[in-house]
Design a protein. Structure first.
Ligand code: SF4
Length: 458
């Protein structure tokens, strides 16, 4: 905190140094995605330290105990490879915990050694370590490239690769929600059922990481997409991938390998993106949109028009994962707020291009950086102050240092409880998001207004 006081206003080009990174490591994303498979035990193929870190990051965000196994590399495995460790682990896990699925992700160490997960799974199967009807799947997640978003995407692709097309199309639509909260996954399922479209959502952490406390212990929660459902994704009539970074790879794989046509959309945050999602659903399933959906849409339009006077021209600094930040930038710009400083920790020029398009349409140019860090965001804020910061918990230091209202959003949120129960996606999610933003803005007005101008209602 004290160090942030010394963040210089002058910005110097930095290429080899990241300060206060806006991302974390690949396996965390893979582990989160794996928890969206029914009866799955995520497995970290590396040392115990990696697994402990990934589990604790997810536990601290979701406030749920995250179970995961590890290959427990020591010196021997680090030199000669972790084949034997993983085969032993598969045997132990199925014997002791009896999951339906083990979803293995690699780590920096096992990737550097060059362990081949599929070869190890083959050996485990041939030696009878994988019981009949059980599944092992795996994703490469070397953390020295990409970010937690890349790891999530890689695990989702591994889920798509379970597809076994029969040649007979079902009436179902695959929806890949991307890295959103469990409540968002629930909200996507609710919207699809309102439109009358039967979907397979994967991954699906609804009912896993927002499950009720019943007093009864269960090793595996009731929620999650099943392997049977994943096998059928190759027979779907189409796939909607919500987010280029988290979901598109899996959708394109199903398109090219199983001839399931895919549409890549933004995450449905706000009016425009939710409209596009509903429209895409309507088209792919050949249904019409019921009045109940139009009713919810109308409520969001009403709230935007009631709140617009408070939002107009308010400057925002935004940091987070690319799919979320793109959708949120469009949402904020559409209600005449001005996201002026925008950072994602995940690299990729496409991000900057897309943000430039959104802000150009709104009539201005923002500071934008992919693969950037929060030190740069802080410097930008010092040069051009903002009315609101939106980002993960680590932004609280900047918010305190600069005395700016702060909305916790994205991953990780470590210092607040309950976020996994309230959606951001869809029209309902839009209502929730706008209400939180307006509360912050007006609370600040109440605090800062002079005695003469202080009013009951602004
Ligand atoms: S960065 Fe690599 S070594 Fe570090 S915790 Fe992540 S996977 Fe493990």
């Amino acid at each position: 905190m004290a160090l942030l006081k010394h963040t210089p206003v002058e910005i110097k080009e930095r290429k080899a140094l990241t300060i206060n990174p806006a991302k974390t490591c690949q396996p965390i994303g893979a582990m989160y995605a794996a928890l969206g498979i029914h009866g799955c035990l995520p497995h970290s193929h590396g040392s115990q330290g990696c697994c402990a870190y990934h589990r604790s990051a997810l536990t601290r965000h979701y406030k749920e105990p995250i179970s995961a196994a590890t290959s427990s590399f020591t010196e021997g495995a680090s030199v000669f490879g972790g084949h034997a460790n993983l085969i032993q682990a598969i045997d132990n896990i199925f014997t002791v915990y009896d999951p339906e699925v083990i979803a293995v992700h690699t780590t920096c160490l096992s990737e550097t050694i060059g362990d081949d997960l599929n070869q190890i799974f083959d050996k485990a199967k041939k030696s009878g370590k994988v019981p009949e009807g059980k599944t092992c799947l795996g994703a490469p997640t070397p953390s020295y490239v990409g970010s937690h978003v890349t790891g999530f995407s890689n695990m989702v692709k591994a889920m798509a690769q379970q597809a076994e097309p029969s040649g007979k199309k079902t009436h179902k639509v695959n929806v890949i929600p991307g890295w959103v909260e469990p409540s968002d996954m629930g909200e996507i399922k609710r919207l699809c059922s309102m439109v009358g479209v039967d979907i397979t959502l994967f991954p699906d952490t609804d009912g896993v990481l927002n499950a009720p406390l019943t007093g009864e212990y269960k090793m595996f929660a009731d929620g999650g997409v099943t392997i049977k459902e994943l096998k059928k994704t190759g027979d779907a009539i189409g796939t909607l991938a919500l987010g280029e970074w988290c979901s598109a790879d899996a959708a394109r794989w199903l398109d090219t390998q199983c001839k399931v046509p895919c549409t890549v959309l933004d995450m449905p945050f706000g009016l425009k993106a939710t409209d596009r999602f509903i429209d895409a659903l309507r088209k792919v399933a050949g249904v019409s949109v019921p009045d109940t959906v139009a009713f919810e849409r109308g409520q969001l339009v009403d709230l935007i028009s009631d709140m617009h006077q408070y939002f107009y021209g308010k400057k925002v600094a935004l940091v987070g994962d690319p799919d979320q930040v793109i959708a949120l930038t469009e949402f904020l710009a559409s209600i005449d707020m001005k996201p002026v400083h925008i950072v994602t920790g995940t690299p990729g020029n496409k991000f900057e291009k897309r943000i430039d398009e959104i802000t150009a349409e709104a009539g201005y140019k923002a500071n934008v950086k992919a693969g950037g860090d929060m030190f740069l965001l802080h410097q930008w804020i010092k040069n051009e102050p903002v009315d609101l910061i939106i980002g993960n918990t680590y932004c609280k230091y900047i918010a305190r240092d600069e005395d700016i209202p702060f909305l916790r959003f994205g991953f990780p949120i470590l210092d607040r409880v309950g976020h996994q129960y309230f959606p951001t996606v869809g029209y309902k999610g839009g209502l929730h998001m706008l209400t939180r933003i307006l509360d912050l803005i007006l609370t600040r007005t109440d605090r800062d207004e002079t005695e003469e101008k202080f009013e009951l209602v602004y």
